[in-house]
Design a protein around this ligand. Structure first.
Ligand SMILES: NC(=O)c1ccc[n+]([C@@H]2O[C@H](COP(=O)([O-])OP(=O)(O)OC[C@H]3O[C@@H](n4cnc5c(N)ncnc54)[C@H](O)[C@@H]3O)[C@@H](O)[C@H]2O)c1
Length: 437
């Protein structure tokens, strides 16, 4: 990615299209409206709350990121999407039970007018979901055409200048890339042939990219991790990035593991278990959807700890992840970690983490940041995989052959240096020799 000669201005309205308008999507939308109404602050959002140091420490230049970059403002966002349920955003947010009803009631006028479009959906890919608000067509190709038409209609009806699509839908069954995902031609033929390796999420991604719309993948679905989709994104000048929002337990893991490694402390085992009772939890109770999630969660430690380079410390790790559906908890997940570590001469120690988190409260600010950054990237002429957004994902996408960077501190440095690079500022290496000359 080259430094752009210019970045197009963030003028006009930015439409945010979400396949899947459940807990995460509605917490994001209602949250933005609440912030605009002065009912809360955008906690957890780097674009809204974060600062960035520019130049030397003695320069004392540390603006807010939102002031440093030409990002779209919250007032410019317009929301839409698709779901297999007809519920408007007010009703869906009330069902999700994440935000308190008083806040939702105060925003009812704004939320109840946002109604999902009929979904591209097939129960074979999300076994525990049943819904009737679904498009009907003979082929996946026709479904993609219908989704493209939805995108164009939404853009025109809402007077949007630009759009970003972000998948906030359910986790689909585990799929692997195959010949049908290799080239755009094979993928398009697969759409016409109703190829079973093309999941609904891929149809949305194809539709978005054909319309030149960036696509971000909040679930662990394969969707944009496919050569055909990557090529399409490059051809159409649209940024893409995935996959699986980094919240909750994996967020903790990528905060803690780099710390252990920094001090050269060994790891023998990491057992992670969760209870959650929202619809996401119910869907992940299906072994095929859980497998997709499990793959996404397990890779993290291996890449941070690099056992091949540190066999004495990390050569023999037992890593286990469990998710249990437990309805009484709703969205208020509890994640336990038992971490068996060892120190000097191999003496064992244990760390226990009990994170009583709120999944959608952690995910909503990531949706906001990703939308704003993807739009910025597109206005800067960047397209295809945006590895600098790894910070937000459990399974960050990379160029072929590159291992993903999972350490959250490296990810943050990479993100901030990318922003400095984008705006023509010096990169910060933390060398600091100049202060002692
Ligand atoms: N909340 C978090 O912290 C977090 C973190 C990482 C990933 N995720 C992922 O984000 C996604 C959303 O999570 P959630 O808690 O909002 O789940 P949710 O079940 O509340 O919402 C998902 C919505 O997607 C809809 N849906 C499913 N397939 C669809 C399709 N093909 N088209 C349109 N709509 C479809 C469902 O009807 C549902 O309303 C899940 O895949 C989850 O695994 C969430």
């Amino acid at each position: 990615m080259d430094r752009p000669d210019k970045i197009l201005p963030a003028s006009g309205k930015l439409g945010v299209l979400m396949p899947g308008m459940g807990a995460v999507a509605t917490t994001f939308i209602a949250g933005v409206e609440a912030i605009k109404a002065g009912l809360g602050k955008p906690i957890g959002s780097l674009t809204q709350m974060g600062t960035i140091r520019l130049g030397k420490r003695t320069d004392k230049r540390t603006p807010y990121i939102r002031d440093f970059l030409p990002l779209a403002g919250l007032d410019q966002l317009v929301f839409g999407g698709w779901d297999v349920f007809e519920d408007d955003v007010y009703t869906a947010a009330s069902h999700a039970g994440v935000l308190d009803q008083r806040t939702l009631d105060a925003l009812k006028d704004k939320l109840s007018v946002i109604k999902p479009m009929k979904a591209v959906f097939d129960k074979n890919y999300v076994k525990r979901l049943e819904g009737s608000h679904v498009k009907k067509a003979d082929t996946k190709w026709e479904l993609a055409e219908m989704a493209r038409q939805d995108i164009r209609t939404f853009k025109a009806d809402n007077g949007c200048d630009r759009l970003v699509m972000i998948w906030c839908g359910s986790t689909e069954i585990f799929l692997q890339g195959g010949a049908v995902h290799e080239t755009i031609e094979a993928f398009e033929q697969g759409l016409k042939d109703n190829h079973e390796a093309i999941a609904p999420s891929m149809i949305y991604a194809y539709a978005a990219l054909m319309e030149g719309v960036p696509y971000l993948n909040g679930a662990p679905n394969l969707t944009v991790d496919l050569p055909a989709i990557i090529k399409l994104a490059e051809d159409k000048g649209a940024p893409i990035m995935g996959k699986d929002f980094k919240t909750g337990q994996t967020l903790m893991k990528t905060i803690l593991a780099p710390g252990l490694k920094a001090r050269q402390l060994g790891l023998r085992g990491w057992f992670s278990t969760n209870i959650l009772g929202n619809r996401d939890g119910e869907i992940l109770d299906d072994p095929e959807s859980f497998k997709t999630k499990e793959e996404s969660k397990l890779g993290v430690l291996e890449h941070i700890l690099q056992p091949a380079l540190n066999p004495d410390l990390y050569g023999d790790i037992y890593h286990k992840v469990r998710i249990n559906y437990y309805p009484p908890r709703g969205d208020e997940k509890e994640g336990w970690d038992n971490i068996d570590i060892f120190g000097w001469l191999g003496y064992p120690m244990q760390i226990k983490v009990d994170f009583l988190c709120r999944d959608s409260i952690l995910a909503a600010p990531l949706v906001l940041d990703l939308v704003l950054f993807a739009d910025l990237a597109q206005r800067a002429g960047w397209k295809g995989v945006q590895e600098w957004l790894s910070f937000y994902f459990k399974s960050p996408q990379t160029a072929p052959g590159l291992y993903p960077e999972h350490d959250i501190f490296i990810q943050l440095m990479k993100l901030k240096n990318t922003l400095r690079f984008l705006m023509g500022e010096d990169l910060i290496t933390h060398l600091g020799q100049e202060y002692y000359d």
